[in-house]
Design a binder for this molecule. Sequence first.
Ligand code: GDP
Ligand code: MN
Length: 391
Amino acid sequence: MDLFEYQGKQYFARFGIPVSPGGTADTVDDAVAEADKAGYPVVVKAQVQVGGRGKAGGIKLAADADEVRTHAANILGMDIKGHVVRRLWVEHASDIAKEYYASFTLDRSAKLYLGMVSAKGGVEIETVADEDPDAIARVSINPAVGFSETQARELVDGAGIDEEAKAGVIGILLNLYRCYVEGDADLVEINPLILTPDGRVHALDAKVSLDDNAAFRHPEWDDFRDIDEFDQRERLARSKGLQYVGLDGTVGIIANGAGLAMSTCDVVNQVGGEPANFLDIGGGANAEVMANALEVINSDAKVKAIFINIFGGITRGEEVANGIVDALGRVTINAPIVIRLDGTNAEEGREILKAVTSDMFISRPTMLEAARTAVELAGAPAADPTAGADK
Ligand code: GDP
Ligand code: MN
């Protein structure tokens, strides 16, 4: 599991690695509030899991609230190498005298850990490795023996770290190694690790990749997964191999085939509802897939009704119906389901569905009727908080 910078910094702080005070923000107003707390000047930073955010315009210094507002508005929603920025990290800006680099990672071929330090920080380490390989000091670490202060000193001397920064960098390296080992990471990287004009050394960026095999002994890692509700739904769907896109509405949608799933979203809109998602379960509709789809829809608290829209083709109506009945037995459903089953052997399928028909499971012969019923059951769309202030 890769962490976002702000999560990586939280992790670093646990191991005594100095980072700047700050907070996360998902809106422009929150960014200003966090900036006020952190104290100006601040740096507004896009939280995406990709390097080179600075060059892409995703990292901006702000001297006051107005500048925070401008930068936050620009950066939120920005696309950085295919990653859309949904969250910012706003921290008190540091004065930089020097930028260094430090990391620990696994050297698989040597079956050892690898520690690296460079006095050329702030640029991607791959670039330094290409252009000036001697600028990177390396040390191999035997996991059974550990990382010593002597090795830390060798790294710092080898990299040509400035005299006044040496003690600080060595202290951070020892803690960074603890973070790597005790924190069960595959990679910990600080770029840049800075020296301030007043002689302090601290981490301005954090790249941490956790070893998922160790998740069982880190219940606290669960906090890192809750990035936002959308990601959670999409992540669950992805883990189940479903084609899912999270939307904002209250009508959960399950359909077979991408085209039908899209038309289902359209018809829900057409009768005044809002789809909660796009979900294509593909050609077949067996119990396993249907149960997975229902589970994903269930995980979305906003869903007030579920619309299952299946057109039987090669998969015949009765197979689909049996799959649905079986799936209903496997998952607890929180919202009423409306089903439209059509296509090959639809009649036979509907006959099977009659056995499970209830207030919570309603069958409708056409797509339009099914959409109307689902939208009715979902009730009025959630009130727009910016509207109706006159009431
Ligand atoms: P990256 O481009 O994704 O690696 O993002 P970083 O967090 O490493 O930031 C990129 C660059 O922005 C750094 O190398 C710094 O030069 C600059 N930067 C980041 N934070 C600060 C800060 O607090 N003060 C100053 N002056 N520059 C900063
Ligand atoms: Mn960086």
